[in-house]
Ligand binder design. Structure first.
Ligand SMILES: [Zn+2]
Length: 257
């Protein structure tokens, strides 16, 4: 079996960072139990994949997972599906996405691409999904102004959770307990208004309670970039007691073992 790893196609998030491409916004590529997929292919996902060395080939993907329909999370989904299936020459892959963006007025997937896929699965709250050797479960609904889920992957080595966009609320402790690894979207330095995003204090609180072995912060907004993600990561290590908090750059790869 190949190694399990994450590759950061983009560590940027939020409207400003996306518009100025201060960091790429392509989301996170994973290889777990020999299944390759992308979580939240925002703008730049495909461009970063073909730039990666060793190359991350679109036609090796079999899972595309969307946490929600904001453009910095799903812009490249059509592009990825077209590339993954070689324009429909080879049916391949499953798209997992919240119902509100699979159908209806907020549908984000081009209709002509639907038959290219092997499967389209509607994400629902706290449900388990299977794909070849991979299984993951959704969290309960996040607080993010639209239908948004986080994810926990289950492998022999332990539970790997992605805490995607959300406001801070106590049920997050239940959704993500017993995670060995946590990847968390840290958008804001300080949540002054009612932006439905985590800030440094919220992430710190979560990490203290959840105590993963390793944490990764990503999806940085402008205030985080200004402050310096690596500085924030080492401060979080000190203040949470977690041995390793990574703040990856675009194109960084983190092994899961
Ligand atoms: Zn969002």
């Amino acid at each position: 079996m190949g190694e399990n790893f994450l590759y950061f196609l983009g560590t940027g998030g939020s409207r400003h960072v996306m518009a100025e491409q201060l960091r790429s916004t392509g989301g996170t590529y994973f290889q777990i139990n020999d299944v390759r997929g992308i979580i939240d292919p925002g703008p730049g996902a495909l461009a970063q994949m073909v730039k990666a060395r060793p190359l991350l080939k679109p036609e090796d993907l079999s899972a595309v997972i969307l946490s929600h329909g904001h453009i910095d999370h799903c812009n490249d989904v059509n592009l990825i599906i077209d590339s993954m299936t070689r324009g429909g020459l080879k049916n391949r892959g499953t798209l997992f996405a919240p119902g509100e963006i699979l159908n209806g007025k907020n549908q984000i997937l081009f209709n002509y691409l639907k038959p290219f896929l092997l499967g389209i699965e509607k994400l629902e709250t706290q449900k388990k999904y299977y794909l070849n050797g991979l299984s993951f479960s959704t969290s309960g609904l996040h607080q993010h102004g639209m239908e948004t889920y986080g994810f926990s992957f289950h492998s022999e080595e332990g539970k790997l959770s992605f805490i995607t966009d959300t406001a801070y609320f106590p049920e997050l402790f239940d959704f993500y307990q017993n995670s060995r690894w946590i990847v968390v979207n840290l958008v804001l330095e300080r949540n002054c208004g009612n932006a439905q995003h985590l800030d440094i204090n919220g992430v710190k609180e979560l990490l203290i309670r959840l105590k993963p072995e390793v944490a990764v912060i990503t999806h940085f907004g402008k205030t985080i970039l200004r402050k310096g993600p690596k500085k924030i990561a080492s401060r979080l290590e000190k203040e949470t007691g977690i041995k390793k908090v990574f703040a990856p750059e675009d194109g960084d790869r983190i092994k899961l073992n």
